[in-house]
Ligand binder design. Structure first.
Ligand code: ZN
Length: 322
């Protein structure tokens, strides 16, 4: 967290935002469903966080569409994004050499090496923005509720959503209530062998998994001036080799203990009930790119009650060490 690295934003930001591209538009957007739920609500924690707020940042200039594949191909061999530590992240070729011949043994939402909860007494709310067909919206009512109640959150954002929402992306990057995290470049399940989830074929090779991780990592670094510390793939499915790669590239692979909105399919009542069950250390997954879903109303019902019961919230960066 504290070792994030500032880089000049001028010039390259627009190029890299363009690299978010419109490829993979054929994919269905948010397919982040499935997974367990938490149990009874707790009274863990006390004070509400008091975070400073800033106004929206200047939106990036208009962007030239380019496919994410082209973008990643252009980006990868030259300047791999930093891991946030003193040395740069391993290159695509290094990763290919290191992970060649490794065969995955696990596939799913909660495979070995994925972080699903924190050791904190706080609860971490995470919201995905998936992009793609039907997935580029923004749930302003939900964000407004979080801001009104001063509830911090981690936003997992895909390159396609950034490309469709450059001004909003800059605004969210400038808001200290939120922490931006990596939700992949083309929103693919993260596999080294092409495993599929919900009918979406995952990345098929180590190199493709690298591109899915690092294409968006570069875009986020240009957007925020920081190295994103957390990753969740499209559909939230990984294999264990891809999980190891994610860590090697300086990110913590994160999923969840509580499925707050069922891939933005739950009614408001169900969202309120699921979110209302959180206990200390839970990581909750929901979406902020589906304004027509029950997510915003569900959170607007659940959060005041949780706060009244003393539950406190934190961003992943506040409760997890990479
Ligand atoms: Zn998603």
């Amino acid at each position: 967290m504290g070792d994030s690295k500032r880089r000049p934003l001028a010039g390259r930001r627009s190029v890299l935002l363009g690299m978010a591209g419109l490829a993979s538009a054929a994919l269905t957007a948010c397919t982040d469903g499935g997974g367990p739920s938490g149990s009874v609500a707790s009274s863990a924690g006390t004070a509400k966080p008091t975070l400073p707020r800033t106004g929206p940042a200047t939106p990036p200039p208009s962007i030239a569409a380019k496919s994410s594949e082209q973008a990643v191909a252009a980006l990868a061999p030259t300047t791999p994004p930093s891991t946030g530590h003193s040395s740069p992240a391993p290159s695509r070729h290094q990763i290919e050499a290191e992970f060649a011949g490794k065969h995955p043994k696990e596939w799913g939402l909660h495979v070995t090496g994925v972080v699903n909860r924190s050791p904190s007494t706080k609860v971490a709310l995470t919201f995905d923005a998936c992009g793609g067909h039907g997935g580029t919206g923004c749930d302003h009512a939900l964000l407004q509720t979080l801001r009104r109640l001063n509830v911090p959150a981690t936003l997992f954002i895909n390159s396609r959503w950034i490309h469709a929402n450059p001004a909003l992306s800059a605004e969210l990057a400038a808001d200290p209530l939120f922490e931006l995290a990596n939700h992949g470049t083309a929103h693919l399940p993260l596999s080294v062998s092409g495993r599929a989830a919900y009918g979406i074929q995952g990345t098929a090779t180590v190199a493709a998994a690298y591109d899915e991780l690092m294409g968006n990592q570069a875009i986020l670094q240009e957007l925020t001036g920081k190295v994103a510390r957390f990753f969740r793939p499209g559909t939230a499915f990984y294999d264990d080799v891809a999980v190891e790669m994610t860590r090697r590239l300086g990110m913590l692979p994160v999923n969840f203990t509580v499925n707050g909105d069922g891939g933005a399919t739950f009614s408001a009542a169900t969202v309120a009930a699921e979110v209302g069950r959180v206990v200390a250390g839970d990581i909750v997954i929901s979406h902020f790119n589906r304004p027509a879903a029950g997510t915003a109303i569900g959170y607007a019902r659940a959060l005041p009650q949780l706060l009244d019961h003393g539950v406190s919230f934190a961003r992943l960066g506040d409760v997890l060490t990479a």
